[in-house]
Design a protein around this ligand. Structure first.
Ligand code: MLZ
Length: 244
C-alpha cells in the first residue's frame, strides 16, 4: 500500500532508529530545484564517468532530475552507422548546432554547491535511511545499514530479500536521512513484501537487544558463486537476480 507508508509507524514497528542527519552528505535544508524540463546542460555520463555529455532535463522529481544524454545517443548512432573512425571533429559543430538550436540553457544559479562530506563514516548497522535503488534509479526506498567497513556502508532495502542491496561510500549522494523524500516531495517506495520478516522479535526472546539487523533475511551478501568448470562452449550462468 504505497501511499500509506509512514516512517513514524514503521520505525515503531521495527523498533529501529533513523541514521542521524550528520551521517549524510546532504544539505540540512534541501535546495530548491530551479531546473525546468527542456533545459540543456552538461552532465557526466554515469556509465562512463570520464565523458561529459550534453543533456536535456526530461523531468523533475523532488530535488532530482531525469536527464537524457543527447550527445551520447547521437554519438552512438553515428558510430553504428558510420564506423568508429569516421567520427571526426568536423561533424561536431553541426551536431552541436542542431542539438542546441533554440534550446534553453540551464542557468548557472540552478547548480547548487555540493554540501561538504561528513568528516567520517558515522553510519552504524541497523540505522534506517532512504536510498536510491541503483537498479531502478528513479526510486528512493526505505533501507537499513546492514554493515559498515571503513569508509563503506552496506545498504539493504527493506523487504526485498537482498536483491537490490549494495555497498557504497559513506559520503554517497544516493543516501538520504529519513524524511528526505517527504521534505523534497519525491515519492518514497514502501518496503517490499517480505513483511513476515519485519515482525519484531517476541517479547520473551532471550537477552533482547534491539535487532541491529533491520529484521531482514539473515543473508547480507549474496552467497559467493561456486567456481565454474571452464569448458569450451559451455558458459556458466549466474542465476538471474530477483527483479520484480
Ligand atoms: N522490480 C520492481 C521494482 C523493485 C524496486 C525495489 N526497490 C528496492 C518494479 O519494477 O516495480
Amino acid at each position: 500500500n504505497k501511499d500509506s507508508f509512514s516512517w513514524e509507524e514503521y520505525l515503531k514497528e521495527t523498533s529501529a532508529t533513523p541514521a542521524p542527519p550528520a551521517c549524510f552528505r546532504q544539505a540540512r535544508v534541501p535546495p530548491s530545484n530551479d531546473f525546468k524540463t527542456g533545459m540543456k546542460l552538461e552532465a557526466r555520463d554515469p556509465r562512463n564517468s570520464t565523458s561529459v555529455c550534453i543533456a536535456t532535463v526530461m523531468g523533475l522529481t523532488g530535488v532530482r532530475l531525469r536527464l537524457r544524454l543527447d550527445g551520447q545517443r547521437q554519438l552512438q548512432r553515428l558510430l553504428e552507422t558510420r564506423g568508429r573512425f569516421r567520427m571526426n571533429a568536423s561533424s561536431w559543430p553541426m551536431f552541436l548546432l542542431r542539438t542546441l538550436n533554440g534550446a534553453e540553457m540551464a542557468p548557472a544559479t540552478a547548480f547548487k554547491k555540493e554540501p561538504p562530506r561528513p568528516p567520517q563514516n558515522l553510519f552504524r548497522p541497523g540505522m534506517k535511511l532512504e536510498a536510491v535503488d541503483k537498479k531502478n534509479p528513479y526510486l528512493i526506498c526505505p533501507a537499513t545499514v546492514g554493515e559498515v567497513k571503513g569508509d563503506e556502508v552496506f545498504v539493504m532495502f527493506d523487504g526485498w530479500r537482498g536483491a537490490f542491496d549494495y555497498w557504497c561510500l559513506y559520503e554517497s549522494r544516493d543516501m538520504f536521512p529519513v524524511g528526505w523524500c517527504s521534505l523534497t516531495t519525491h515519492s518514497l517506495q514502501a518496503p517490499g513484501n517480505s513483511v513476515s520478516l519485519l515482525k519484531p522479535p517476541p517479547p520473551s526472546c532471550p537477552p533482547c537487544k534491539p535487532s541491529r539487523r533491520s529484521l531482514q533475511p539473515p543473508h547480507r551478501l549474496p552467497p559467493p558463486m561456486p567456481p565454474l568448470p571452464v569448458r569450451k562452449g559451455v558458459r556458466g550462468r549466474r542465476p538471474k537476480s530477483e527483479t520484480l
